[in-house]
Design a protein around this ligand. Structure first.
Ligand code: ADP
Ligand code: MG
Length: 592
């Protein structure tokens, strides 16, 4: 039987590192957390080659004396825990394993100088072996340098993504911590270039938070968000919540903090989803930055290796506070849930499936005036008034179309039409998304999507990593009707957009698209992810939810739907329109 032996310390540290340090961004997170715990007011982060070659974090915090330096890299050695029951943890770190883990898998150098000490001292470690601290140059505070991360664990190296992607992850990790600490100034340099500079905007903590969120989440978010402030049973919730109009295709802009610690907590994500509920389409995600504060003994932060998840002592109280406060704030801000109907009415509505039934005889010609056959004309929702009038000799005729004659619009999102047999309710955004998708498929099959030149080419500023993603897909995007060119470091130039989008918000479109590209597997062709791309394009097309349409535009949309295969369902399989027959209406009112 093989002998049982304790593992050598080097191996123990490498195993522990596997849990805590997954990629350069996790090393950055640990080092920045240490700087925050040390009371820093300025923190500088540098990475080279996405953090693979070098990560350096410099702070102006309390520092360490020369005799503390060797202890700092020892496993399970910490200055932060004076509560051995782990009940009241107020610092970000407490396990004393990050520096030990980093020392085990990289070439580490600590330089530190506490206030009142004449000189800094530096300690170098290589693969877990430390040399004696020596005097070194350095200001007050601490600088930690991590070189050649994972050189001692090559298996982990293989799992890293491109330098760009790792750099983006580093930036996101810094941004998350910076949001929670608006009283600390942060800079991030990547390969010698400054990519982030977050200063301390104001003296007032509330203003600091607001300004920091604006810097990180963007001006648009700041404008489309509502400030939130609520407290109940010793739990305090504050922050900014995006109005439904400022939603995003990914959950990337959902930031939740528990006692200023960034968390990816399932309970909280679920509460968020529930709070927005039917105010958002299922494929859109709310943008929020929420800070939850509660007594340290109310939350266990020691349940996850990277502390990304926490456990609440009273999860239901937290959940109901989050849901209740967000709901209330959204309603106060004017966001309204989509129309709710009684169960009976819901059951009576019939979802449109496949395509609306064929045009009745005699209407085919008038229909042609609204739209040319699929694939040859663009989706034009503003037909010249004369054309519409000529095509619509009287309303009575319009009612004979399967989707009827548009009568009005509800909530700037739903078209109400009257057909011969009853009532048709169309989700204009879902319908348009489907039309864009079907049209693009047909256009691609015919050789490419027709484009429309922009009067003025638009310069869109993007994160450099996103610039690269977009440019790499340049040829594929061109086939989808979007012509994009390089434009310096952090921007692209857009010359043409798909004609069927009408007059889109180009910068928003490109930014959302870049977000999609980051999530679409790099080896997949874009056409294979066409539904996703079309959903994003359609979101920025002329018929998004919340856009008021004229009667002519509404009728044009209905006629386009009648001429398009599968238009009865949106790309996600939900109906794009529902019908209620006259008989059902009568039944609802107990007339039958
Ligand atoms: P933890 O943060 O859980 O205590 P670490 O391994 O990250 O564990 O750090 C070990 C110790 O080294 C800390 O408890 C702290 O005393 C010291 N230390 C690490 N980084 C810094 C820093 N930037 N400034 C001052 N002290 C630090
Ligand atoms: Mg730490």
């Amino acid at each position: 039987m093989p002998a049982i032996r304790p593992l050598p310390p080097g191996v123990v540290n490498r195993i522990a590192a596997g849990e805590v340090i997954e990629r350069p961004a996790s090393a950055v997170k640990e080092l920045v957390e240490n700087a925050i715990d040390a009371g820093a007011t300025r923190i500088g982060i540098e990475v080279v080659a996405g953090g693979r070659a070098l990560i350096a974090v410099t702070d102006d915090g309390i520092g360490m004396t020369p005799d503390q330096l060797p202890l700092a890299i020892e496993r399970h050695a910490t200055s932060k825990l004076d509560d051995d029951e782990l009940i009241r943890i107020t610092s970000l770190g407490f396990r004393g394993e990050a520096l030990a883990a980093l020392a085990g898998i990289s070439r580490l150098r600590l330089t530190s100088r506490p206030r009142g000490q004449d000189s800094a001292f530096a300690l170098a470690v290589e693969a877990g072996r430390a040399k004696a601290p020596v005097p070194a140059a350095g200001g007050f505070g601490t600088r930690v340098e991590v070189r050649d991360l994972f050189f001692a664990t090559p298996a982990r190296l293989k799992f890293l993504k491109s330098d760009r992607a790792e750099q983006l992850a580093v930036r996101e990790a810094v941004e998350r911590l910076a949001m929670a600490c608006p009283g600390i100034a942060f800079t991030l340099h990547a390969d010698g270039r400054r990519v982030l500079a977050l200063d301390v905007a104001a003296a007032d903590p509330f203003e600091q938070t607001r300004a920091r969120l604006r810097q990180i989440m963007g001006q648009r978010f700041a404008e489309d968000a509502a400030a939130l402030e609520a407290a109940r049973d010793g739990v305090r919730l504050s922050g900014m919540i995006g109005l439904p109009a400022a939603s995003h295709p990914s959950a990337r802009f959902q930031h939740v903090f528990v006692n200023r610690r960034p968390v990816q907590d399932r309970l909280l994500k679920g509460a968020l989803r529930a709070a927005y509920g039917d105010l958002l389409p299922r494929e859109r995600q709310p943008m929020v930055a929420l800070f939850l504060e509660l007594a340290p003994e109310e939350v266990d932060v020691n349940v996850h290796p990277t502390k990304a998840e926490v456990r609440f002592r009273r999860p239901n109280a937290v959940r109901s506070l989050v849901i209740g406060a967000i709901r209330e704030r959204l309603v106060a801000a004017g966001a309204r849930p989509s129309i709710t109907l009684s169960e009976a009415a819901l059951a009576a509505f019939r979802p449109g499936g496949g395509s609306p039934s064929p045009l009745p005889a005699g209407l085919a010609e008038t229909a042609a005036a609204y739209h040319a056959p699929l694939g040859t004309d663009r989706l034009d929702l503003g037909p010249p008034a004369a054309r519409v009038e000529a095509a619509a000799p009287d309303d009575g005729a319009l009612e004979r179309y399967p989707l009827g004659a548009a009568r009005t619009q509800l909530h700037d999102s739903y078209i109400v039409a009257q057909s011969e047999d009853g009532l048709v309710l169309v989700d204009q955004h879902a319908a348009h998304e489907r039309l864009v998708y079907e049209r693009m498929k047909a256009d691609l099959a015919a050789g490419g999507v027709p484009r429309q030149g922009l009067l003025l080419p638009e310069v869109v500023e993007l994160d450099p990593a996103h610039v690269e993603l977009v440019l790499r897909r340049r040829d594929e995007l061109a086939r989808l009707g979007l012509s994009v060119e390089a434009f310096g470091e952090g921007a692209v130039l857009v010359r043409e957009v798909p004609a069927l989008l009408g007059n889109p918000d180009v910068p928003a479109l490109i930014r959302d698209l870049a977000e999609d590209l980051a999530e679409i597997d790099q080896t997949r062709r874009l056409v294979e992810a066409l539904e996703r791309v079309c959903a994003t394009l359609a979101c920025h097309g002329s018929v998004r939810a919340g856009r008021r349409l004229s009667l002519a535009e509404m009728n044009a949309l209905l006629r386009q739907m009648e001429a398009t295969p599968n238009s009865g369902q949106c790309n996600h399989g939900r109906p794009t329109y529902v019908t209620l027959s006259r008989a059902d209406i009568e039944r609802l009112f107990a007339r039958r």
